[in-house]
Design a protein around this ligand. Structure first.
Ligand SMILES: CC(C)(COP(=O)(O)OP(=O)(O)OC[C@H]1O[C@@H](n2cnc3c(N)ncnc32)[C@H](O)[C@@H]1OP(=O)(O)O)[C@@H](O)C(=O)NCCC(=O)NCCS
Length: 194
């Protein structure tokens, strides 16, 4: 029987476990703390196991995703049955799409991303690897979000915005200009504060 190992034992992991019941029975899903993961021998043959990194921190998320790939362990993705994805959306491995998320035509979701509860990703957007869009974020059409970008709950990015790799956008921020330097951006309009 196939098993799903969720890497990380915090609240996000339990949210992912909840979504996983669409596809797996409770007995198939195991939440694995980072300590338990560290005990798995590197050369384990885990043919019947699929992994998902279930950590919200984008840097840790990325590091563990890369480790799974390095070990050739299988990484899956998970889409809530209560999310809407247009037919032509591209979805990378390791990504999680939470209930109420809406992802519109021609959007590209790179691997290992979190598209959290009720996030809207409009047409033609690109969401980079290991990025995390918190609940209620609205990404308007044709935005290009880099890798390992954290976006806090309820943030809004207007049409066509680009965000560089590693940027952090605070909850409720309204981003109306491209973000070209990593750092923390908050407020309306969003400004770099550190
Ligand atoms: C963005 C965030 C991660 C910043 O955390 P941080 O790096 O610890 O930043 P700090 O708390 O040191 O704040 C730095 C400054 O930005 C301000 N600030 C931080 N977040 C802000 C926000 N969302 N809106 C407005 N101002 C904010 C702080 O008041 C502080 O201002 P000051 O220097 O004038 O006192 C955090 O504030 C945030 O918004 N988190 C989002 C949480 C979320 O959506 N979680 C979803 C989980 S599912």
């Amino acid at each position: 029987m196939k098993k799903l190992f969720l890497l990380g034992s915090g609240g996000h992991s339990r949210s992912v476990a909840e979504v996983s019941t669409d596809r797996y029975s409770a007995g198939q899903v195991k939440i694995l703390s980072l300590e338990e993961f560290a005990l798995l021998p590197e050369d384990s043959c885990l043919e019947s196991v699929e992994f998902l990194v279930a950590l919200g921190d984008v840097k840790k998320r990325n590091a563990y995703y890369k480790l799974l790939l390095q070990r050739s362990w299988r990484v899956t993705n998970l889409v809530s049955s209560k999310a809407f994805l247009a037919d032509d959306v591209t979805l990378g491995q390791g990504s999680v799409i939470m209930p109420g998320a809406v992802i519109r035509t021609a959007a590209q979701i790179y691997p290992n991303t979190i598209i959290n509860t009720s996030v809207i990703v409009e047409h033609d957007c690109v969401i980079g690897e290991s990025s995390n869009l918190s609940p209620g974020t609205v990404v308007c059409g044709s935005c290009n979000i880099g890798n390992q970008v954290f976006v806090g709950a309820g943030a809004v990015l207007i049409d066509g915005i680009s965000v560089c790799d590693g940027a952090v956008i605070g909850a409720g921020a309204v981003v109306i200009e491209n973000i070209c330097l990593p750092g923390l951006y908050v407020g309306n309009p969003a400004r770099r504060v550190k």
